[in-house]
Design a protein around this ligand. Structure first.
Ligand code: NAD
Ligand SMILES: O=C(O)C(=O)C[C@@H](O)[C@H](O)[C@H](O)COP(=O)(O)O
Ligand code: ZN
Length: 362
């Protein structure tokens, strides 16, 4: 079992990573939590596939509850939040109760927001079960829900006691969810780490085939890269914005599809294409690197034809992005593979032109 430390100003915590480490969850838990009430927030699919692994590791004497949420992005909603608070209150869970988010990014974001706010905050553990959650969403403390007007607009920072990532659990993951996770890994390569990008150029087909060694390498590298950024800028004053590469466009697409027919990882892949297009069109990125980036992104198949997009409406949605400052949209772009920059948009027509890459079938 490997350990990557996230050292922050007011707290520090480990990310445990490995293959088949689920048998050691009890040991990790025992190290970090000594209370008597444990609530697992999960969904029925994850529980059916892997619940026995987690259950076997929970202390016998603890008072336990397993709360299920719907298996879709719709779970990140005010209604679901309210329902979970009511469950916890009516079952008399106290301030010392531990919440474990056991599932993908949806479960982790929602469970974490419950943990951040229930009784003004209770301890929390991230037990991610999708590639996307292991490489990204379980790390760094961003938790929250969606508002019908935009993605993750209501939220908090809630750092977990620890993160527990077992690659073995990914073997049951559908192919499209592997693709989504790889979207966030490509994000790190394009914006922060050329060596990772070059590794992906060679190993993407193996990753798409769930090669355990390749996935384990990607989980480790991604956790290391994200932890490094979060340690430098926990609350996203500046540098952490880089983790939003592709997301300013992607979130607008997700909201436009009502958080239903487009998955987050897919939207990020499409959003990165738009960001590459913006950068090359505005003389920030050389064509050679643009084509190299696009070539890798295009190796991740997405069922999306770009038909019927209302580009003006998408640009309007971008104006609700959390990075907007003084009314100006701020984009994360790249100037070459592995090197990012932040860019304030003065002319919104340029954004519309960037979205056009999705309607041109590139
Ligand atoms: N907080 C952050 O920093 C952060 C970062 C990235 C993404 N996110 C959020 O994460 C969410 C997306 O997460 P996701 O891609 O994990 O989607 P998801 O949580 O919807 O999970 C995808 C699907 O995989 C299923 N699943 C989970 N584990 C499985 C397993 N081991 N085997 C088989 N099926 C399994 C789920 O039930 C679901 O149907 C979005 O809401 C996004 O905004 C947050
Ligand atoms: O951790 C971060 O910071 C990220 O931006 C990671 C993103 O992959 C993730 O999708 C995050 O939820 C987006 O954050 P948001 O603040 O733009 O909602
Ligand atoms: Zn993301």
């Amino acid at each position: 079992m490997e350990k990557i430390d996230v050292k922050l100003a007011h707290t520090s915590y480990p990310i445990f990573v490995g293959n088949g480490i689920w048998r050691r969850f009890g040991e990790a838990l025992n190290q970090f939590y000594g209370g008597r009430q444990i609530v697992v927030i999960t969904n029925e699919r994850v529980w059916r596939l892997h619940g026995d692994k987690l259950e076997s590791q929970l202390p016998k004497q603890a008072e336990k509850a397993v709360l299920f949420v719907p298996d879709s992005e719709q779970a990140k909603s005010f209604e679901e939040l309210q329902r979970l608070y009511t469950e916890l209150l009516s079952r008399r869970f106290e301030r010392g109760a531990l919440i474990i988010g056991f599932g993908g990014g949806v479960v982790g974001d929602l469970a974490g927001f419950v943990a951040a706010t229930f009784l003004r905050g209770v301890p929390f553990v991230q037990y991610p079960t999708t590639l996307l959650a292991q490489v990204d969403s379980s790390i760094g403390g961003k938790v929250g829900i969606n508002h019908p007007l935009g993605k993750n607009l209501i939220g908090a920072f809630k750092q977990p006691l620890f993160v527990f990532s077992d690659a073995q659990l990914l073997q049951t993951l559908p192919d499209e969810e592997i693709r989504c996770g790889l979207g966030e890994v490509i994000k790190y390569g394009l914006s922060l780490d050329k060596a990772l990008f070059e590794y992906l150029e060679k190993k993407l087909p193996a990753a798409l085939n769930k090669d355990v060694a390749v996935l384990s390498y990607l989980i480790n590298e991604s956790a290391r890269i994200k932890a490094d950024i979060v340690m430098q800028d926990e609350k996203e004053s500046n540098l952490r914005m880089v983790l939003n590469f592709g997301h300013t466009f992607g979130h607008a697409l997700e909201a436009d599809f009502k958080f239903a027919s487009l998955k987050h990882g897919e939207a990020v892949i499409l959003g990165m294409k738009c960001a590459l297009q913006f950068a090359v069109q505005n003389g920030i990125l050389q064509r050679e690197d643009f084509e190299r980036g696009l070539r890798l992104l295009n190796q991740v198949p997405i069922a999306f034809d770009g038909k019927g997009l209302d580009l003006q409406r998408l640009v309007q949605r971008m104006t609700l992005d959390k990075k907007v400052k003084d009314g100006k949209i701020r984009l994360v772009l790249i100037k070459e593979i592995g090197r990012h920059l932040f860019y304030q948009v003065e002319d919104q027509r340029l954004l519309k032109q960037a979205f056009e890459i999705l309607t041109e079938g590139k």
